[in-house]
Design a protein around this ligand. Sequence first.
Ligand code: PMV
Length: 305
Amino acid sequence: MKVKVSAPGKLMLFGEHAVIYGYPCIVTAVDKRLFVEAEDLGLKDEILSPQVTENKFVRESVTLFKKKFKINVPVRITTFGDLSQNVGLGSSSAVTVATIKALSVLFSEELSKREIFDMSYRVDLKIQGVGSGFDLAAATYGGTLNFVSSGKVIEPVKIKPLQLIVGYSGKKADTSTIVKGLRSKIKYKKTKELIFKIFDQIGKIVRLAKKSLDQEDYTELGKLMTRNHRLLQKLGVSTPKLDQMVNAAIEAGAYGAKLSGAGGGDCMIAIAPEAKRHYVEDSIISTGGEIISIKNNAQGVKLEK
Ligand code: PMV
């Protein structure tokens, strides 16, 4: 038997870093998907995944799933899709969630979304050692979510698709190094106080952003994005390139902009009136950024025909 499953990538809208320390964040699933085909076939497990990082996540997901359900049939997993591991849109979280879902269908072990999330989070922690799991929640549930670390809160935020513009900085970010770097600063009392003051402000921004999303007040939402970015700069996780892209987007008429994710590279996002989209995109390109076309609010993990 062969089953095919897909899961979406993600974009962090508000609240990165602070989310690891118990504050809420807002994440949205994007319409770039990762596909996993699972077959019960062969003499030993075989993983055909062109992307090296994804391979690790698939292997660990298979091991965990087989252990949990006491399965010793070999499987062949093949991954493909339009989610490159290079831009930071969540290919490893999507592949983990999709692999677990595919195996559950293949072996008729029904798993709820919560169970898929929890198993995926175990895989993620085993491989990366750090992380809130926000990306796995987006891959599992889809839509836009209010999320607190390790899934203490996973709550849909009902919104219309946003006029988002995504710019890739050209550099792959190393999320776990950045997260661990911040954690090591938190060990010292003085820096800890400062960092938690910033987290408090980020937490407030997330709550206000939720309100602006509810009210469809995109001018205010943009302002909150820019404020969130300035706080991430204070945390020391932005880069000159991301700052340039963010500033260019704002100067070209965006309501606001910020880096999205751990920082150190990957993507920035901007929200802009439709009439200004081209100016904002051109201004991001003029700083050397690459526009990635996405729609947000994508559907979570699903079985494909
Ligand atoms: O770099 P990304 O896109 O995986 O985002 C990381 C977001 C953090 O809050 C820094 C880490 C996390 O797991 O929540």
